[in-house]
Write a protein that binds this ligand. Sequence first.
Ligand code: ZN
Length: 72
Amino acid sequence: MPFMMMTCVKTGKAVSTGHTSESKSFAGIAASGNKSRCSACGGTHMWNKADTWPATEAPDPVLLRVARVKPR
Ligand SMILES: [Zn+2]
């Protein structure tokens, strides 16, 4: 279940949106205007679904702890 990633506009790094590609929350969220806390710069960024992509590598454990989605 890969995390959906976005690009930090300040650092250019790939960071997790906090959503996984298979989570119901990701399927149900808006196509644009979403906000996520950025683990790279500490800010909050707006992102659109079209700008995200599934992470192919295991997410940073720190990100996982912050972004863990409860199964039910
Ligand atoms: Zn950032």
